[in-house]
Write a protein that binds this ligand. Structure first.
Ligand code: DGL
Length: 467
């Protein structure tokens, strides 16, 4: 029995790290002062993940960051307190107040719905939408919130099946007369889902707001709470009846930005201000309960009870996005054709180019009836395939330029178009007809990295220079 208790107290620790903890009478969840050969550290001893090495003891510092102390460098550990972390937040039923707008929060997973799992050391999807409310009670001041967990997955596992599921779930809520929808989603592929919903749910009568977080809610720097407040306020009160992404504007918590679902992209792997509107202005800023419109040409909320929503939840997944790189060989494209793919979106260099070596494969794709489109890997700007001989040659092989549609958006749109028809002419019409800003006539002069919350390092530098 006593061995078992000791086992629990040193959860996950083995070998030398276990010996050091036992030597100084320290248990998991002890607050310790550690004297090491590299200096002194204070923090909470966390359980060690089962798969981790036996050489380190993990401390959570007050800053929220976890560090690993090499056990053989520790001179002494002194217990200064105990603090068992509570990572399970109780589900709370949302209070109802007559007169407030009704908002539906759909959970799909991602960091916004995550907590740390100290058994494996990984971030796992574990917050249900009800738990989210338990941790962000401000949401009750904004609206009457109903929650439903559609999925509990990281967004790399979202795909056509889930896009269709989310679109259908939104349409069902709209049918029932909801005033706004929030979709909690992992950030990595939020822009793919935003694009899919922009095509599958056209003319929504109410805002459909996608939200995520870059830092999990166990960290003091988490953006989860503020993003959720901004998104819920936007869904409940804003006039923007579009599919939008709502995330931090600058890296600080000054304001959030609302980005149109077809023009948004995740642009930084770790900044909280990772989402950027590409080639246009973001639609608006949101500061808790204040929305400031930056881009007035948006689709407006319909009067209560009215809706022209067009649900078209189709997708053929035999479509691929090919990011061209110098030295690409034709077999990459040939294998798609041989495997029965029906659509290819190229992300070409510069104005929309690939090398001559792949021309025969592109020709083969055309002969097999594969629909091929060109976008640019510069991300900002338009395909312009009349400028160079290369562009004209590639168009001659049947690849259609697709203006300033973002590569991921073109991939989603092509799968959506192929899900509706086999007719290549019809597919071309669908691809080239602008939907919800996926193609715009021109990039406004301030559409390039402007109104984007600034570049944090430059702003910080300017602040120091002009102090
Ligand atoms: N893999 C990530 C995802 O679900 C987790 C991080 C996040 O939510 O941003 O997109």
């Amino acid at each position: 029995m006593s061995t078992e208790t000791a086992q629990d107290d040193l959860r996950g620790y083995r070998g030398i790290s276990r010996e050091v903890l036992a030597r100084d009478g320290i248990r998991v969840w002890s607050e310790v002062r550690a004297k090491t050969k590299q200096g002194q550290f204070e923090g909470l001893v966390l359980p060690r993940s089962e798969t981790a090495d036996e050489l380190h003891i993990v401390l959570k510092l007050d800053s929220g960051y976890n560090i690993g102390l090499a056990a053989d460098q520790i001179e002494s550990l002194e217990e200064v307190g105990r603090r068992e972390a509570q990572y399970k937040i109780p589900e709370k039923k949302f209070p109802y107040s007559a007169g407030k707008p009704r908002v539906k929060l759909f959970g799909t997973g991602g960091t916004i719905a995550s907590r740390l799992d100290y058994r494996t050391g990984a971030v796992i999807p574990a917050f249900s939408p009800g738990e989210l409310y338990g941790s962000v009670p401000e949401l009750a001041d904004i609206c009457n919130l109903e929650t439903e967990k559609l999925y509990g997955i990281f967004s790399e596992n979202m795909g056509p099946e889930q896009w269709i599921g989310v679109a259908q779930a939104c349409a069902a809520e709209i049918e029932k007369g909801i005033d706004g929808i929030v979709i909690g989603h992992g950030t990595d592929t939020m822009h793919h889902t935003a694009a899919a919903l922009s095509f599958m749910l056209q003319n929504p009568p109410v805002p459909i707001v996608m939200v995520g977080s870059q830092r999990s809610s166990d960290r003091p720097s988490s953006d989860a709470t503020l993003n959720l407040i901004h998104a819920t306020y936007t869904a409940a009160r804003s006039d923007i009846a579009e599919i939008v992404v709502c995330m931090f504007g600058p890296t600080s918590d000054d304001y959030g930005l609302l980005h149109r679902g077809t023009r948004v992209r995740k642009m930084h792997s770790s900044y909280r201000s990772t989402f950027r509107t590409i080639g246009d202005r973001p639609l608006a800023t949101v500061e808790r309960e204040k929305i400031t419109i930056l881009n007035p040409g948006y689709h407006q909320r319909c009067p209560r009870g009215e809706s022209n929503l067009a649900l078209n939840a189709a997708f053929d997944d035999r479509v691929s996005l090919v990011y061209y790189y110098p030295g690409m060989k034709p077999d990459v494209i040939e294998s798609l054709v041989d495997n029965g793919y029906r659509g290819i979106v190229f992300a070409g260099t510069g104005l929309g180019h690939v090398n001559r070596a792949v021309y025969p494969a592109i020709e083969k794709a055309r002969e097999a009836g594969v629909a091929s489109y060109m976008t640019v890997q510069t991300i900002w700007g338009y395909t312009q395939m009349y400028v160079y001989e290369t562009g004209r040659e590639i168009m001659g092989l049947g690849v259609e330029p697709i203006a300033n549609m973002l590569p991921e958006v073109a991939y989603v749109k092509l799968g959506w178009a192929l899900g509706q028809t086999d007719d290549l002419g019809e597919i071309k019409k669908i691809m080239q007809t602008p939907i919800n800003g996926d193609i715009t006539e021109r990039e406004p002069p301030d559409g390039y990295l402007v109104y984007q919350g600034g570049l944090p390092e430059i702003e910080e530098f300017m602040r120091r220079v002009h102090r």
